[in-house]
Design a protein around this ligand. Structure first.
Ligand SMILES: [Mg+2]
Length: 426
């Protein structure tokens, strides 16, 4: 096996992908601030993507048109065309595949390429191959990409963010301390806002400080993630680039439970559904996936089964949105007085696209909730740190259904959007 530090990995990232694809159809708008929005006509649509000019006004993804227009009154709004994004995604990955079979898409507009054993067929240095890919993608599609060139996936990804649009950044064994270490910790993949805050409290704000910190201390504070981040900061990410198409497409993510006693009545059903949606949403977030639909399966004590499903207006990985859809299905299709032996929640139409909007729903206003997103992600990191029972929906405290509950049985004091926090190390 190749020494992990002698690999050559490229991370290729399309610049402002959705907006750039839309602008191919509207070259006259290139210099104007442009946003792709779920519902350009209505006030409540949200920004799905924006071009460089709009970024300069501070327009952000997932904010409402109303918020974006306050910062940039001349913002031009265009509707999204998912078929076109898929089309260009295929063309671009096929270009990458001309240079190596190790092409691993990370999202619709980003892929890693391992060119360790193939770059020399095309040029003298992998950075020259990166330049060649940029030219070829631009000539073929009119779109620009940024490429990070490094000896591991995490640094290659950081390199493609380092300079854009249309740039190559080399992060080598020789220069990574000068290039990477002065950067803030959250420039690195897998450092979310809660890990950043925890590290900040430990006096760690740069990747260099992270690399120099005691790995055991990081692990005791951040759990398994701490150890991983420590290795990544020191350039010790040995994760392979998977061959194209080898990632098993995840078709659904589901959690089901047979309860300690049958569910009876609305309160039982609600508690069970909250718990299951919570688990499914956490699994989606861990895999960086979003659900476009929800299915519930109900089994009664006589083992009769009913299954009902519903498409969502836009993809989600939030428990609350899965619950809303699940609750609608349950309350429409079940008489609460009838007992339920087993309930399963399955996330369907799995995608790696956040805010993927259903074609038929463009007129309706999709409303992602950045606050909710932040809350649920911070719950993930609390659970990672203190165990899955550390934070539990209030309705599950002291339940007799066998649902996961906090170990500490004190009455919850603090409530945050329906979640009770037990007294404890928090
Ligand atoms: Mg991109």
């Amino acid at each position: 096996m190749t020494n992990p530090k002698s690999r050559w990995i490229l991370h290729c990232d399309c610049n402002s992908f959705y907006a750039s694809v839309e602008l191919l159809e509207h070259p006259e708008l290139c210099r104007q601030p442009v946003a792709v929005c779920g519902d350009p006509e209505g006030r409540h649509g949200i920004v799905l993507a924006k071009n460089e000019a709009a970024k300069k006004y501070g327009v952000r993804t997932a904010e409402t048109i109303w918020q974006a227009r306050r910062k940039c009154p001349d913002l031009v709004l265009l509707p999204p065309h998912r078929d076109r994004y898929r089309h260009f995604c295929n063309i671009i990955n096929n270009i990458y595949l001309q240079y190596t079979d190790l092409v691993e898409p990370f999202s619709i507009d980003e892929s890693w390429l391992d060119v360790t054993h193939s770059f020399h067929l095309f040029c003298e240095h992998p950075a020259q191959l990166a330049d060649r890919l940029r030219r070829q993608v631009k000539e073929t599609t009119g779109l620009t990409i940024s490429v990070g060139v490094s000896f591991n996936k995490v640094f290659a990804k950081l390199g493609s963010d380092y300079k854009k649009p249309d740039a190559t950044t080399l992060i080598s064994l020789e220069n990574y301390r000068q290039v990477v270490w002065p950067l803030p910790v959250d420039a690195m993949l897998y450092v979310g806002s809660s890990a950043r805050q925890t590290l900040q409290r430990m006096g760690i704000s740069t990747i260099g400080q992270l690399a120099g910190a005691d790995p055991r201390l990081l692990e005791s504070t951040l759990g398994k993630l701490g150890g991983e981040l420590s290795r990544f900061a020191r350039g010790e990410d040995a994760e392979p680039v998977r061959p194209f198409g080898s990632r098993e497409p995840v078709k659904s993510v589901g959690n089901g439970q047979t309860f300690r006693r049958n569910l009876e009545g609305e309160a039982d059903c609600r508690a069970a559904l909250i718990s299951l949606c919570d688990q499914v949403a956490a699994r989606l977030r861990r895999s960086n996936l979003w659900a476009g639909g929800v299915q519930i399966t109900i089994r009664d004590p006589d083992f009769r089964v009913i299954t009902r499903q519903k498409q969502l207006e836009q993809s989600t990985h939030l428990a609350r949105e899965l619950f809303q859809a699940g609750w609608e299905l349950l309350s429409r299709n079940w008489i609460f007085a009838n007992p339920i032996r087993m309930l399963t929640v399955t996330a369907l139409s799995i995608t790696d696209e956040p805010f993927a909007v259903q074609q038929s729903f463009f007129e309706d206003a999709p409303k992602p909730d950045p606050r909710r997103e932040k809350l649920e992600k911070s719950l993930d990191s609390i659970r990672q740190k203190y165990g899955s029972a550390a934070v539990t929906p209030a309705s599950l405290v002291k339940n007799q259904l066998g649902l996961p509950t906090p170990k500490i049985q004190d009455r919850p004091e603090e409530e945050d959007e329906g979640f009770a926090r037990p007294k404890g190390p928090l």
